[in-house]
Design a protein around this ligand. Sequence first.
Ligand SMILES: Cc1ncc(COP(=O)(O)O)c(C=O)c1O
Length: 392
Amino acid sequence: MSSAAVPSAPGWHAPADHLAPVYAQWPLDVVDASGVHLHTRDGRSVLDLYGGHAVAALGYGHPRLLATLERQARSLLFQSNAVPLEVRARAATRLAHFAGLGLDTVFFVNTGAEANENALKLALRLTGRRRIVAVEGSFHGRTAAAGAVTWGARSKWYGFPQAPFDVVFVPRGDPAAVRSAVDAQTAAVIVEPVQGVAGAVDLGEAFLVALRARSSEVGAMLIADEVQCGMGRTGSPFAAAMYGIAPDMVTTAKALGAGFPCGALLMADHVASQLHTDDLGTTFGGGPLACALIETVVDVIESDGLLGNVRRLSARIRETCLVGPVTGSQGAGFLLGLRTRRPARDVQRELLERDILVGTSADPQVLRILAPYVLEASHVDQLRDALAELPP
Ligand SMILES: Cc1ncc(COP(=O)(O)O)c(C=O)c1O
């Protein structure tokens, strides 16, 4: 189309940095980072308890991650899935064992939304049904299928004229609603065992067991979206295991590459055994650099005992940080919500003024702590002291 044919929006000029103006941004001019600290242009060292939306599981500049990055980049930066690679097979094996969920087949992708998109597609195709049940408050991503099962997306940003399948939302913690919503027309139930964007809302064992039981009863699949709560964030490898449920599929991303963009869909045998060549695909998913990093992330979490560290320091936060404006805590591990008496956004700003970065959530009175797993007790004490200084 010629430029003359494109009507320009009156009075609108592209931002000086040429970036799409779609993100609210914090007043933070970061130039680099190390350990659990972000360094700003004006010389501040900010304790990062948010980890770039739950991604920086090993903090910044972790020596083993950097060593893998350099070694793999030198040896083979990229090859497609048309070429079998040892490093890809090793990453899949390592991830399946780490998950310990009996989901022994892995399809590597690039993002959380892409993992969910593929999981939903498989459930719809393999059951031949056209309805997905999701849970109120959920966030599953911004693509057509993932957005369709994201609570509130339709009224806020969805944009597609219609969802690609029927969607029913059930209230959290309501097994009776689950019984009536999940029926013989349901292809799958998709659930974040601990909801992230909602504000670290732990859906709890009873509700998750009810979802699993009802799905099995009617022949629907259970998809656990562990994009945010998986990969050790709750202090267990995956939250499904923490609650003793066995999903048919699990999706994960974020901490999976600890900063390198990648995602994965883990499948039970009864799903994987129905796959044929060309059913799924991606160019970049399962690339050697991503796979080498996934293998290292799992290795560091296991060999450095980071799950234990997450559990211990999460307990320390819950025990010591209910001070100042904080009235309670929720969630699990380092997917932790701190409930505030005042708007969480104000408390977030006040903490940032004291060089501590925390997140907010869809709940206006919940701060989100998504700290790197390498956090130390002294950092928790720094948070406690800063909160204690704030007005209640
Ligand atoms: C639970 C959950 N699922 C899916 C997604 C989407 O992941 P991505 O942004 O990598 O597409 C997110 C992102 O925040 C998430 O928290």
